[in-house]
Design a protein around this ligand. Structure first.
Ligand code: AMP
Ligand code: AMP
Length: 229
């Protein structure tokens, strides 16, 4: 009798180990970067931008992507060519995506190319957690959880072409959201460093924000421009 219950315990342990291994094999990442972009900084470059065919996006941060990442800083990409972007799967989301995930690339277009690129490159690497509809719906709902522009404006940081300290920008977002962001900068055509993208981290089940396990590389300079849009 004693022997039998030990065997049952062993079997349970083996089954648990097995399911953990299956899980780790299908999920080759540790967390997500949720990346939002200031449209004014995408446009205020040598290359410039084109407004979407539906018109100029509102003056707000837009989604760039939800990117599976590893704790060592590397990331998987283009994981499943058998699951290409299919716009018909997200037709109920495209209205919201036009405002919250605007394309700015040229020539002017309807956004499907940008969204398709994000799904094919990044989304296919988190399919074990989020199917295509869930991938886009999750990103949209994460954007609603933390209002970055409001957090900055309440701290007196406005998109008015002035320069702000990176420390002040980080504290404003940490204060409002509870999470430490990473700031990515780009350069305008005169070489000024400007606030381009804000990174926050999300746990590997995409259930909510976490502190980032690792930050990307790169530096901004201590004072950066926040261009108008
Ligand atoms: P990723 O490959 O996901 O790292 O994203 C980089 C690509 O996305 C580059 O080709 C960028 O030009 C493009 N990209 C970034 N922001 C936008 C945007 N708002 N609209 C269209 N393409 C964009
Ligand atoms: P600094 O004004 O460059 O001395 O940076 C102020 C704080 O922001 C320090 O804690 C830096 O480590 C941090 N920091 C510097 N660059 C970035 C960045 N691009 N994103 C997030 N934090 C940064």
């Amino acid at each position: 009798m004693k022997m039998q219950s030990n065997n049952v315990l062993l079997l349970i342990k083996l089954l648990t180990l097995n399911s953990l291994l299956v899980l780790s094999a299908s999920q080759d990442f540790d967390f997500f970067y949720f990346v939002q972009q200031w449209p004014g900084s995408y446009c205020d470059t040598k290359q410039g931008c084109c407004y979407p065919s539906t018109g100029k996006p509102e003056s707000d941060f837009g989604i760039h992507g939800l990117w599976p990442n590893r704790n060592d800083g590397s990331y998987p990409s283009n994981c499943d060519s058998s699951s290409p972007f299919d716009a018909s799967k997200i037709s109920d989301l495209t209205n919201q995506m036009r405002s919250d995930w605007p394309t700015l690339s040229c020539p002017s277009n309807n956004g499907l190319t940008f969204w398709g690129h994000e799904w094919d490159k990044h989304g296919t690497c988190s399919e074990s957690v989020l199917n295509q509809h869930a991938y886009f719906a999750t990103a949209l709902s994460l954007k609603n959880e933390i209002n970055l522009l409001q957090a900055l404006q309440r701290a007196g940081i406005q998109p008015n072409g002035q320069k702000y300290s990176i420390g002040d920008i980080k504290s404003a977002i940490k204060g409002a959201s509870g999470y430490t962001p990473w700031i990515e900068c780009n350069n305008d055509s005169s070489g000024n460093s400007q606030l381009y993208q804000i990174y926050l981290c999300v746990d590997s089940s995409a259930s909510g924000f976490i502190e980032c396990p690792v930050f990307p590389n790169g530096s901004c300079g201590s004072s950066i421009e926040f261009p108008s849009f």
